[in-house]
Design a protein around this ligand. Structure first.
Ligand code: ZN
Length: 129
């Protein structure tokens, strides 16, 4: 297991990708806690096969952030889902696209098997093959 602090002002998934590249992690899973702002998260519309993106600009707490790491076209691809709480404790969540780190701590669990993603016609998503 690897534990690291995430850098202030950086994008969360970019930071995870940077750590994985630095440590040569190609497959694994992770969880993170901390605080963010300026999120773009999404809900996958299964009928239209596309994401509906939602913006959230206020500061928030990560109540749960889970995901995995695999390869897409030979590059590290970070798939993160997030639940976050606003100043009243209301929680929202979905697939994480963008976010700005205020503070963050991550635990990454590398896996020896290398998983690669490939476009799946049935779902319209890039899934593990
Ligand atoms: Zn997702």
């Amino acid at each position: 297991m690897i534990i690291e602090r995430l850098d202030y002002g950086k994008d969360l998934t970019d930071e995870i990708k940077r750590i994985c590249e630095k440590r040569k992690i190609k497959t694994g899973c992770f969880f993170a806690v901390g605080a963010l702002k300026n999120l773009v998260y999404g809900f996958y519309d299964q009928r239209r096969k596309r994401y509906k993106k939602i913006k959230f600009s206020r500061p928030c707490e990560i109540s749960s952030c889970l995901g995995n790491i695999s390869l897409l076209d030979g590059e590290v691809f970070v798939h993160a889902h997030i639940n976050f709480a606003d100043e009243k404790g209301a929680v929202r969540g979905g697939h994480l696209f963008e976010s700005e780190i205020f503070a963050g701590e991550i635990a990454i669990f590398p896996h020896r098997k290398i998983l690669k993603r490939k476009f799946d016609k049935k779902t319209g998503l890039k899934l593990w093959r």
